[in-house]
Write a protein that binds this ligand. Structure first.
Ligand code: CMC
Length: 393
């Protein structure tokens, strides 16, 4: 007792045992429940991966069908939830909207506040959350345009329904939602679906460990994801690439800025706490990015800048010595842009993908009956001193 291990930022401290996601940062390996990310991205769908993460096994055809049907049945949100959208100012950030909307879902589902819910009750909460998240995310997009909301259609699968609610009035561009687009979206969401004990997953677990309800825990995770050092990096990457483009596309100049310790600028989309060789998700996304832009016939100058930056950085001793490689967010924004999403929506799309991972982490923490998360500290403040009256200060 009295002995405290100090590890600021948890660089080398395990906070839990987990059977969900395996990550080897040295070898660049990522697996969900034992399945390599490369296979899942190639062969699976987002909703199947969600099932896998949350329930531990790939679903049978019947289980998958039931899961999808149950989700479809819960995609409508309470009509009064729409009043929140009236209150948000035009142009308010989608992540601020999303975290408050998801937190508010607890107020609309008071049964979620009950302690000691049965497995069935928890499963229903999980399904409702996955279902309503897609509706709310697409409505956040509609709100940004001041366009009417599009209601979900049960005939569509999860990802198609999401894209339908988001882009329905733009069908001329998507010709009834191009399967190439649905495929790309599935891939992106799968690649973001979990990443073991990162900042937002740890947040979800620690909030949930106080027995706070699922919606409150996920809303906290969304807030953690918002930061540019975490999920917010995907927005920051495109903004950076745009800035470099406007500045004449001189990548060497910006690499020099990133290396300059007196300049706060960091090369967004580069570096990772755990991956020290390459980020396996970035490899898949880079290829998907090339494929999708080609299939959609999109030419994007920022893709060329991104490729040039990567090429220069990978040879530069500063980046090599610090083992800084492109991460998942370096190319994801370029794909989201090609699919028609505005930059401010990117981190919300990350949240949509990460939701099953957060739920799986929350569920595992509950199942393992983990104690309340409560780190200690090393106190560095003043020792005892006596109160001084205001007049004497
Ligand atoms: N550009 C320039 N220098 C960097 C960068 C970068 N992107 N990332 C790290 N460094 C330097 C850093 O200055 C430090 O140098 P020194 O040892 O000389 O002081 C060294 O590399 C180690 O960096 P760190 O900040 O101690 O490493 P960390 O593990 O605490 O941070 C990180 C990891 C991802 C926050 C960081 O690499 C970063 O800020 N990257 C840019 C933001 C980004 O792309 N984030 C998305 C991460 S992937 C998606 C997700 O998980 O949400």
């Amino acid at each position: 007792t009295g002995y405290i291990t100090l590890d600021i930022g948890y660089k080398n401290t395990g906070a839990t045992k987990s059977a969900i996601t395996f990550l080897d940062g040295e070898l660049g390996i990522l697996k969900y429940r034992g399945y390599p990310i490369e296979q899942l991205a190639e062969k699976s769908t987002f909703i199947e991966v969600a099932y896998l993460l949350i329930y531990g096994e790939l679903p049978t055809a019947d289980q998958l069908n039931d899961f999808q049907k149950l989700i479809s049945r819960h995609t409508l949100v309470h009509e009064d939830m729409k009043k929140f959208f009236d209150g948000f100012p035009r142009g308010s950030h989608p992540m601020g909207q999303l975290s408050s909307l998801i937190g508010a879902l607890a107020a609309f589902n008071p049964e979620s506040l009950k302690q000691g819910q049965s497995t069935e009750e928890v499963n229903l909460e999980i399904v409702k959350l996955i279902a309503k998240m897609s509706t709310l995310v697409s409505w956040i997009y509609k709100k940004s345009l001041d366009h009417p909301f599009i209601y979900p259609q049960n005939k569509y699968d999860y990802v198609t329904n999401f894209m339908y609610m988001t882009f329905a009035e733009r069908t001329e561009e998507f010709t009834g939602i191009d399967p190439v687009v649905i495929d790309a979206m599935n891939k992106l969401l799968i690649l973001h679906a979990d990443h073991e004990q990162n900042c937002s997953a740890s947040t979800v677990r620690i909030v949930g460990s106080s027995d706070a309800n699922l919606y409150a825990s996920i809303s906290a995770g969304i807030s953690a994801l918002w930061g540019p050092l975490h999920g917010g990096a995907n927005q920051a990457v495109i903004e950076m690439l745009e800035k470099i483009k406007e500045d004449g596309g001189d990548t060497d100049k910006w690499i020099a800025k990133a290396k300059d310790k007196n300049d706060p600028f960091r090369l967004m989309g580069f570096g990772h706490r755990v991956y020290k060789n390459f980020d396996p998700r970035a490899k898949i996304i880079k290829k998907a990015c090339d494929d999708i832009l080609e299939k959609l016939g999109v030419q994007d100058e920022v893709l060329e800048i991104a490729k040039r930056l990567e090429e220069v950085a990978l040879k530069d001793p500063y980046f090599v010595e610090r083992k800084l490689y492109p991460n998942v967010d370096f190319y994801s924004g370029i794909i989201y842009r090609a699919l028609g999403f505005p930059t401010e929506m990117f981190t919300v799309l990350f949240a949509l993908g990460r939701l099953p991972g957060w739920i799986a982490q929350w569920k595992e923490m509950k199942a393992n009956k983990e104690p309340i998360g409560r780190p200690r500290q090393v106190y560095t403040g003043k020792t005892t001193r006596d109160y001084v009256a205001t007049a004497d200060r």
